[in-house]
Write a protein that binds this ligand. Sequence first.
Ligand SMILES: C[S@@+](CC[C@H](N)C(=O)[O-])C[C@H]1O[C@@H](n2cnc3c(N)ncnc32)[C@H](O)[C@@H]1O
Length: 201
Amino acid sequence: MGEQYFETRPRSTHRPGRFAVTIRGHPFTFQTDAGVFSGRRLDRGSELLLAALEVGPCESILDLGCGYGIIGIVAARLSEGGRVVLTDVNERAVALANANVNANGIRNAEVRTGDLYEPVADLAFDHILANPPIRAGRVIVDRIVVDAPPRLLEGGSLWLVARTRQGADSIRVRMAKAFGNATIVKRGSGFKVLRSTKPGA
Ligand SMILES: C[S@@+](CC[C@H](N)C(=O)[O-])C[C@H]1O[C@@H](n2cnc3c(N)ncnc32)[C@H](O)[C@@H]1O
């Protein structure tokens, strides 16, 4: 079986790539590689999440499972004065995300390596964003959902995107159980963007 995109240390032969894209009116360039998720182009699910995303200035944002960094880098550009942490378990992805933060002139983001919320155990966020690693299995996706509330500030939101035929509706049920609410904020190209908000603000 081929290597999965969530290996800690991918061994696939490097196939460096680069693409330019304009998102929410801002131009970006991204360096990509084999051994990371969607290493040739922007994934449709990530694109839909970024189209739906509502972030304000000066907000704290986590991009969990950042891959080459597209979600966190766009969020950093959208939240003027905000602070973004990007994390991934895949060291090749982390290296690319770091390079892409620098190449896009992003000054309000940092990249950390590690499993799920472990690299940000000291922090709490206004937004947690993820295009979750469905192929890593239900246990991982469940942990992203169930462990999110303690990592969110009051009124903070968990935003997830998933393909309808890869279980978006059952992820929404699990989000509703963990938060008491879960809304479909956007749908398209066979994906749904889901948002749950931590009560209390
Ligand atoms: C579907 S990809 C999304 C990547 C990127 N956010 C994007 O939109 O292109 C999911 C990412 O989660 C990462 N991942 C998988 N298991 C993880 C874990 N246990 N902790 C942190 N990241 C993980 C994978 O390495 C992969 O980069």
